[in-house]
Design a protein around this ligand. Structure first.
Ligand code: ZN
Length: 380
């Protein structure tokens, strides 16, 4: 009798564990706190610090192909000699797509301490492809891309922890299911227009997010431990919210005006709740005209004069949110990492992309027999 009851309870338990609630419950900060759970809670700083006592985190991220040309023209130059207040080099995050990426460049950026993150293998242009994809389909774009990047750039896969969906077309629960299934740490594809200047920090999806959903499909289910690194919109030069710097600036402007515009958006964070400030951009914006790149560098010069501003990687922003510190403590939180350089023996591979033609792919390991792509990330 007893055994039978236990067996029935056991079966029910197994069944319950497999059914995820359609809508995640509201978050209780008394229950969801600590390193792996944080409520969607605008206006509340991690650790409950007064905003002026905590470091202002700045994130510079680049999307799309990580090419040799962009490295030579910008990435190898923009960050040289720039340090955070604790003397450690500043960092950027590269949401790389696969096609036209030079894996020797990925290797170099990683060895310089920058974060390598993922922007999919195919970068398919159809929004529906991303918003309707299953978790398994997204795994073939991101989990497989992690294997691909680790292999061809010869860097540790465990260091690659973040994703950004092309065109910010978030795939709702499937995206975060993919994240938890495959041990990713965070997504950084979810802009907010509603919580500009409201102190929206990174949070987890253990409980329901109330973040506005302006692009793509947003999750409603519980995804324990999956971090959202919200993209807090800027107010563009036309006064409208915008997620990527490229789309925030309309019309010609000179460097001084552009710098003022960037500072205006930064100040909303710096003089406000000090939630992470994102400079989310495509390097193509630098190529558009010299003013853009010069204003960017002038902005970095300006940040270098502020002793409570840290230009760090996206995963460091999450780590700080997990273990928040005041400005003094930030020196330790953002201590210089000891990086074991990953080797790269450059191979220039000429490969045929089916139906599209020849692709030159620079790799740190011997060339694969076939062009790496979705479903065949190592080009076997
Ligand atoms: Zn893109």
């Amino acid at each position: 009798m007893k055994l039978g009851l236990l067996l029935i309870l056991g079966l029910v338990g197994v069944q319950c564990a497999q059914i995820r609630p359609r809508v995640a419950p509201d978050c209780d900060p008394g229950v969801c706190n600590g390193q792996n759970c944080r409520c969607f809670n605008p206006g509340v700083t991690p650790g409950g610090f007064t905003p002026r006592d905590i470091p202002q985190i700045v994130l510079v991220t680049f999307d799309d192909a990580t090419s040799r040309l962009l490295y030579d023209n910008y990435y190898s130059d923009a960050f040289v000699g720039r340090n955070n207040p604790n003397g450690c080099p500043v960092k950027a995050t590269f949401f790389m797509s696969h096609e036209y990426t030079d894996y020797q460049v990925v290797n170099l950026l990683r060895n310089q301490g920058h974060e390598i993150a993922l922007h999919s293998i195919s970068h398919t242009t159809s929004p529906d492809y991303w918003t309707t994809a299953t978790a398994a389909a997204l795994a073939s774009e991101f989990k497989d891309q992690r294997d691909m990047a680790a292999h061809f750039a010869n860097i540790p896969a465990s260091e690659i922890q973040g994703i950004r969906t092309p065109f910010l077309q978030l795939g709702g629960d499937a995206t975060f299911q993919m994240i938890t299934d495959n041990n990713f740490l965070y997504d950084c594809s979810w802009p907010t227009q509603t919580y500009i200047g409201d102190g929206l920090y990174p949070y987890t999806l253990d409980y329901l997010s109330k973040q506005d959903c302006s692009i793509g499909i947003c999750p409603t289910e519980s995804h324990p431990g999956a971090w959202v690194l919200p993209m807090v919109d800027w107010l563009g030069s036309n006064g409208k919210p915008c997620a990527m710097v490229d789309t925030c600036i309309n019309g010609a402007t000179n460097e001084a005006e552009l710098l003022n515009f960037i500072k205006g958006n930064f100040d909303r964070h710096y003089n406000g709740f000090r939630e992470p400030f994102g400079f989310y951009v495509h390097a193509a914006w630098f190529s558009a005209n010299a003013t853009n790149y010069n204003a960017f560098k002038s902005f970095l010069d300006y940040l270098g004069t502020l002793n409570d501003v840290y230009l760090v990687s996206a995963k460091q922003a999450i780590e700080w949110t997990k273990n928040p510190t005041n400005i003094g403590g930030a020196a330790n939180t953002f201590a210089c990492p000891s990086i074991t350089p990953a080797e790269c023996t450059k191979k220039t591979c000429t490969l045929q992309k089916p139906n599209e033609g020849e692709r030159i792919m620079v790799s740190c390991v011997p060339c694969p027999p076939n062009y790496p792509w979705v479903g065949n990330p190592l080009g076997q």
